[in-house]
Design a protein around this ligand. Structure first.
Ligand code: SF4
Length: 360
């Protein structure tokens, strides 16, 4: 198999081509002009184009299935070169606005949620990805390629603002080396120009890796899947808590370098009668004391056979109000993608059903 050129940072590509500025041009062709073949790179000498084609492939994941939600979010099932599949989701954040003459006055904004592994080792109780076990880490190019595939599929112009969240399948900090490289490739000014400040790593709380990421000082944002405020419940929901308990995660977050203007996001999956009461809200406030935090409450979406239920709206609202009254920034995640099987792993499962001949 040829090397995937998307796996290379621009600095690495500079080692492969001469003179070095060719690497910038190649980045521009792939990431800004959407070139799918080296042959199309018309300002490159023919010989170089041939050499590149002999050695490399522009391996963008193949779109195998798309589910569009009523709110405009799209969930993609993407095929990798070895036949494995991952999911990525496009979330339109702001709609384009035009004036009376038809000029764009406000540009559309998007967030792409990417996967970092095929499967996952972490084994969260509420997650379908976990049920399939761990298969392998994604390469940097397979991570970057998810955004490329989605941008191209939606004709999103090269300069349009896109955020990246590592919240798809897998635990990004369990694949830190490749994720760190993807962050750099995304951020390259000759490529997609997605600044690290618009990239969010979402982790189940691998405390030592949070420290390691912090020391790399990449400038990315951090989101922690907390979901529970006492170790007993968190262990049930997320067995990883046995290795890294709540206190160790909070301590690691306190040491994480974060931009003055930014906050660490704490994801809190609201599950009916398990963690949606005001006692939990009170504990949460105490836990986050001293951290520039923002809490994101997420409605649990039951999947076929799931042991948990969706909480009542009133309980979620009351939980949010308690936090806000105590000065903790708190949002409720809109149920984007609710009607397209939103928990990670579900699209894959449902596609499998389709392959087996069952209706999706
Ligand atoms: S929720 Fe995320 S970390 Fe937990 S098992 Fe699923 S993919 Fe892994």
């Amino acid at each position: 198999m040829k090397k995937n050129i998307l796996d290379l940072t621009k600095e690495e590509l500079q080692q492969e081509v001469s003179p070095k500025f060719r690497a910038q041009q190649i980045f521009g062709w792939i990431y800004q002009k959407g070139a799918k073949a080296f042959e199309a790179m018309s300002n490159l000498p023919k010989k170089l184009r041939q050499e590149l084609a002999e050695r490399f492939e522009i391996a963008i994941p193949k779109i195998l299935n798309v589910e569009t939600s009523r709110d405009g979010s799209k969930k993609y099932l993407l095929g990798l070169r070895d036949g494995h599949t991952v999911e990525a989701v496009l979330l339109p954040m702001k709609k384009e606005e035009k004036d009376a003459e038809g000029n764009v006055v406000k540009e559309a904004r998007y967030t792409v949620c990417v996967s970092s592994q095929v499967g996952c080792k972490v084994g969260c109780e509420f997650c379908l990805t976990a049920k399939g076990g761990f298969v392998r880490n994604l390469t940097p190019g397979e991570i970057v390629g998810q955004v490329l595939a989605i941008k191209q599929d939606n004709d999103i112009p090269a300069n349009r603002r896109v955020n990246v969240v590592y919240m798809g399948m897998g635990e990004p900090l369990d694949n830190l080396e490749n994720v760190a490289k993807a962050i750099k490739i995304f951020a390259d000014e000759h490529g997609l120009s997605i600044s690290p400040r618009r990239q969010t790593i979402s982790t189940s709380g691998l405390a030592p890796k949070i420290e390691k990421l912090g020391k790399m000082d990449l400038g990315v944002l951090l989101a922690i899947s907390l979901h529970a405020v006492d170790d007993e419940l968190r262990e049930k929901l997320m067995p990883i808590n046995k290795a890294y308990n709540i206190e160790s995660v909070i301590e690691a977050v306190k040491r994480f370098p974060i931009d003055q203007r930014k906050r660490v996001m704490f994801e809190y999956l609201m599950i009916k009668d398990l963690n949606d009461d005001l006692k939990s809200a009170k504990k949460l406030v105490k836990l986050l004391n001293g951290i520039k935090a923002k809490v994101n409450l997420i409605y649990f979406n039951p999947y076929p056979g799931s042991p948990f239920q969706r909480p009542d709206k009133e309980r979620v609202k009351a939980f949010q109000k308690y936090l806000l009254d105590k000065g903790v920034l708190c949002t409720i995640r809109e149920s984007k993608g609710l009607d397209i099987s939103a928990a990670c792993g579900q699209l894959k499962e449902r596609s499998k059903e389709a392959v087996d001949g069952n209706p999706v």
